[in-house]
Write a protein that binds this ligand. Sequence first.
Ligand code: GLA
Length: 374
Amino acid sequence: MRIFTLILLVTLTLGSCKERILKSAILPSDFHQTIGGKQAKLFTLTNKNGIEMSVTNYGGRIVSLMVPDRSGRLEDIVLGYDKLDDYINSNEQYFGAAIGRYGNRIAKGSFKLDNLQYNLAINNPPNSLHGGAKGFSSKIWDATQNGENELELTLVSPDMEEGYPGELKVMIIYRLTDKNEVAIFYSASTSKSTVLNLTNHSYFNLHGAGNGDILDHILWLNANKYTPVDANLIPTGNLDPVTGTPFDFTTPIAVGARINDNTEQLNFGKGYDHNFVLNKKEDEKVSMAASVYDPISGRFMEVFTNEPGIQFYCGNFLKGKEVGKKHKQYNFRSALCLETQHFPDSPNHSEFPSVVLKPGEIYSSACLYRFSVK
Ligand code: GLA
């Protein structure tokens, strides 16, 4: 009898120590770390179709996303690392991350609001990029998992953090729906007038992260115009028609079809790194912004948003130095980002849709990536 009790106890103890094995093969314990008194963790969301997504509250990052191909084979289609330390020490700071307070560049890190001048960190000389030196992508967010398929992240950003005015209360909800959608909802409120532009910086490769480049991905962008940039990737202020340029994705075409054309805009971006002005019907709130199709795997991704723009960036700064999940190298143009957003440098362009958030107002933004096969 005693021996039986002992065996039972040992079995139960070992069982409870055994770590959940994720389809992505990532070990959640590799994300457990206390940073600045806060606990970083890995959360796993699942849906009824077997899609699995893992998110860490370090930077609100989507760490893995297991999506089926046409034969039902799951593959992890976002770039990233399998350990928290690798995220912290990476040269590429934005894999999968929540970006804030301001997605993309603010020229020379300065802007005026209500006649006051604000100065931000110049972390991408000569500009400020993605919220500055320590943006939302490197914060430990408070996290609550709601059931199998939803994670709620919250953060209070103090007044003048990274040079931005107003105490900001931010919430992000990641939801993995049974329609195979990754839905991201952002909301925020501020104590003083401020500027805000939140987005997510997932790097997608529909062949699977680390499995070659994305030049064969067929892209469609619901945008008749884009915002051309200067040599420092700051919008000139013009909204130029895409017609007759390599920026015309209004008919689906391979990302690589014209990427090496010798045009000033492609040279400035070292490829595509541009904001597109989304076509919207009057009063249209959430609308379809983009789609990407991988003819090899059959994976198809559609993007929906209420934002006026989308940054299409195709990994021009990846150089194979990053060794990611499963020891795979992330080479030049081995992923693409479709970051729903307001336009870059809007605080310095009164002609662009406003990014000002005032006390009493609620910021609200949505981005939805829907997956299927063709
Ligand atoms: C954005 C920018 C790019 C680059 C990446 C991160 O998409 O537009 O220029 O900085 O982020 O490397």
